[in-house]
Ligand binder design. Structure first.
Ligand SMILES: Cc1cc2nc3c(=O)[nH]c(=O)nc-3n(C[C@H](O)[C@H](O)[C@H](O)COP(=O)(O)O)c2cc1C
Length: 357
């Protein structure tokens, strides 16, 4: 075997890596494999590649390809003979460096992510893949390293982590705000001798809070899942989970739509508990939701509410109450509408809300 010189890839590297190894995964050599082929492949690939010689003092780089020069901004002359740690700088994580040291000592195949520095001082996140290469006698001959610039992915992940942390914080604060509002309403209601009124207000406020709560974790995506909000609002009215049947696609919508939908469903469920399907032991409610186009051809979120098995209905009640008025007003503000049909076997409602996006 010839020793590589002047940064040429060692020509027997391909033979060596198919031989008995300690931790590197063996592979079958393919017919026609030649040193030249590998030399050309290593030189030409767009992935930065280097080989180091652990049998020399401080494991210097003995080969690097053009992509390595391009990634780091150094020429091969400036690279060869140095240990790869010259790419590290003040913000490179020493814990990652220690892990690399251990992996190299144990001759492991391993992947690391470390902040590295180019010649001009700029930084990049390096996804580094390391592995040992053995000669025909199973003796450690080289280390192989491939470097991939994953700065974009790293930044996207950091942004997502940040957004999730913010959403958790907002969720926490929102819960507090709803708890404080609830407290204010209760105390004021007690002080003014208007407990039934304060209870009604509080139930509505808490329903609004419930509709937002489960969606906050992914609100950073700009849309939230409708089903999560619907189930959260209705859950207290069906603690056993066998009276209200929810079906819907994983429809997502903008967070603003949730207030109107959440409050409307709260009013419908309260009404059903007092007079409708939930006031008898046998009634059930089917709630379903979907994206559709409305009668004005607008992209719309449609929620259908169907009560059955409750006390018979003898037509539309004279007054549908404050709750329905609140729901109608909220929906009208958002250019949506509420269609109610009082069928003999129960109330049917369609909520329709045009979507901004
Ligand atoms: C083949 C090979 C490629 C390497 N490539 C890099 C690299 O691109 N960036 C880096 O920060 N460290 C790289 N290293 C790790 C360093 O050379 C060194 O092993 C690490 O800093 C731990 O050793 P130290 O504590 O003596 O510095 C590589 C190591 C090997 C064996």
């Amino acid at each position: 075997m010839t020793s590589p010189k002047n940064g040429d890839p060692p020509t027997d590297a391909h033979q060596a890596s198919s031989l008995p190894q300690r931790t590197a995964k063996p592979y079958e050599p393919f017919e026609g494999a030649s040193g030249l082929l590998f030399e050309q492949a290593m030189a030409q690939t767009r992935m930065a590649i280097c080989l180091t010689d652990p049998n020399q003092d401080d494991d210097p780089i003995i080969f690097c390809n053009a992509a390595f020069e391009e990634l780091t901004g150094y020429t091969s002359k400036e690279i060869l003979g140095r240990n790869c740690r010259f790419l590290q700088g003040p913000k490179s994580d020493p814990r990652q460096v220690a892990k690399m040291r251990d992996a190299i000592r144990d001759e492991d195949v391993a992947v690391f992510e470390i902040l590295n520095y180019r010649k001009d001082g700029s930084t990049f996140w390096n996804a580094l893949h390391l592995g040992p290469i053995y000669d025909t006698d199973g003796k450690l001959k080289y280390f192989f390293g491939s470097q991939w610039d994953v700065t974009d992915i790293h930044e996207a992940r950091a942004e997502e982590r940040h957004a999730k942390a913010m959403a958790r914080e907002v969720s926490h604060r929102l819960k507090n705000v709803f708890a404080v509002i609830g407290g204010i309403v209760n105390i004021t209601g007690r002080a003014m001798d208007a407990r039934p009124v304060s209870k009604k207000i509080n139930d509505r406020i808490q329903a609004l809070g419930r509709s937002y709560e489960p969606t906050l974790d992914d609100a950073f995506m700009g849309t939230i899942e409708v089903g999560q909000a619907i189930r959260a609002v209705l859950q207290p009215y069906d603690p056993e989970g066998d009276r209200i049947h929810c079906t819907g696609d994983t429809v997502r919508t903008e967070p603003n739509a949730i207030s109107a939908i959440g409050l409307t469903l709260h009013e419908l469920a309260t009404n059903a508990t007092k007079y409708g399907a939930l006031s008898s032991d046998t009634g059930r409610i089917d709630v379903s939701w979907r994206h559709d186009t409305d009668r004005h051809d607008r992209a719309t979120l449609v929620v259908d509410w169907k009560e059955q098995g409750g006390p018979g209905v003898s037509g539309e009640p004279q007054s549908t109450g404050t709750g329905f008025n609140i729901a109608r007003t909220l929906l009208t503000h958002s250019h949506g509408f509420l269609d109610t049909t009082w069928e003999p076997d129960g109330l049917r409602v369609q909520i329709s809300l045009p979507l901004a996006r």
